[in-house]
Write a new protein. Structure first.
Length: 183
């Protein structure tokens, strides 16, 4: 079974292909043009493994939080592949993926220039309360900021998750877009 992992949540584009539970290729690219770079990098990963898109059996996609455009790119690609190839899509947030590195309660964050997206997790990697956003002035020392996702742990974790129907797959937005803030 071949699984494509897609993470476009921020400037660091990360793709991987698993054969069963083993990573057979992993590529990352710092990109200001996620929308332009993702499909060619997927093609490069597939070519390196002598696969084509029809060989994929599953997709794991990071649903956010992060860059509005980046998150949407990964979700749209997962939806298109999932729907057209009739394959399972499994999703998790980037903070949830980071929480897999801990066996205790943990507060994790992803920084952007104005603050950070925050997630609080219990020792079983369950989200304790809804994700939220804190401005730079409200950040504190209890929040761990790291960027080390263990893809093998992610692959094992999603085995227990239900697949998502492509039309039901939605991005995880924590911050409201400017239009929503003025209601």
């Amino acid at each position: 079974m071949y699984t494509l992992y897609i993470d476009t949540h921020f400037i660091n584009l990360v793709l991987a292909i698993f054969k069963d539970d083993d990573i057979i290729v992993k590529k990352s690219l710092d990109s200001n043009f996620i929308s332009k770079d993702t499909i060619p990098l997927i093609k490069e990963c597939l070519n390196e493994c002598n696969l084509n898109v029809n060989d994929l059996n599953e997709i794991i996609v990071i649903s956010g939080p992060g860059s509005f455009t980046g998150v949407r790119i990964g979700i749209v690609i997962a939806k298109i592949f999932g729907y057209t190839l009739n394959i399972n899509i499994k999703t998790l947030s980037y903070l949830e993926a980071l929480a897999l590195n801990y066996d205790n309660e943990v507060i994790l964050g992803i920084k952007d220039r104005n603050g950070a997206f925050i997630g609080e997790f219990d020792s079983n990697h369950n989200l304790i309360k809804d994700y939220y956003y804190l401005s730079n002035k409200d950040l504190n020392d209890n929040i761990i900021f790291e960027d080390n996702v263990d893809l093998k742990k992610v692959k094992l974790f999603v085995k227990n998750k239900s697949a998502i129907e492509p039309h039901s797959l939605v991005p995880l937005y924590v911050k409201k877009i400017e239009v929503e803030e003025h209601d």
